[in-house]
Design a protein around this ligand. Sequence first.
Ligand SMILES: C[S@@+](CC[C@H](N)C(=O)[O-])C[C@H]1O[C@@H](n2cnc3c(N)ncnc32)[C@H](O)[C@@H]1O
Length: 209
Amino acid sequence: MEPVEAMLVLDESQAPLSWPAVFGNSGPVEIEIGMGKGTLLRRLAALSPERNFIGIERANKYLRLAAQRIARDRQTNIRVVRTDAVYFLETFVPDESVAVFHIYFSDPWPKRRHAKRRLFQPPFVQLLERKTALGGLIHIRTDVEWYFADMVRLFETETALAIRDKGTLDAAALPREMQTNFEIKYRATGKTIYALTLLKGVCGGDRPV
Ligand SMILES: C[S@@+](CC[C@H](N)C(=O)[O-])C[C@H]1O[C@@H](n2cnc3c(N)ncnc32)[C@H](O)[C@@H]1O
């Protein structure tokens, strides 16, 4: 099998993207925002070869490392893209086309003067809702309690997404290989991890896609 070029090159004249054209199949698409080195993304993709995965990361160093590892392991169901997540979702992602979003340990920017840099703001949660497929899920984890409370409030006030799970996440509930690099680091220092799962409801049921 030929190695796949994992790096997705963006061209606005081709927007929005067609997932079947990107992946060569019509499997469901999952997106991780701020994937870092892509450790968990690569594991998720290996566990579900019938699904397709996009990793968004704006730090070039991490992105290149992830792309090299994906090529080394000949993983054909992952693409990574170096860009800002909001721009990518707004410009390239078709509405209601994403089966699952993963957003783990998003930077909290705790200082008041940096608050506008936080990803979780009203327009972002509304964008997530719009891009999620009916029956789709959004998984979030953070180690920052006040940011977690902010996220919950934002989804409750700004979207019609249903909260499926909300609370602390025990290490015992999640094997180490399903944790992100930051999560492993934070757990080692005894930090509490908070997790939130949202569902975009479908009429007559709430089956995940
Ligand atoms: C705290 S790190 C967490 C990395 C990884 N999710 C983990 O848990 O190990 C947050 C990552 O999100 C990326 N990031 C933050 N805002 C972003 C944005 N708007 N678009 C793309 N990547 C972003 C950062 O570059 C950084 O690598």
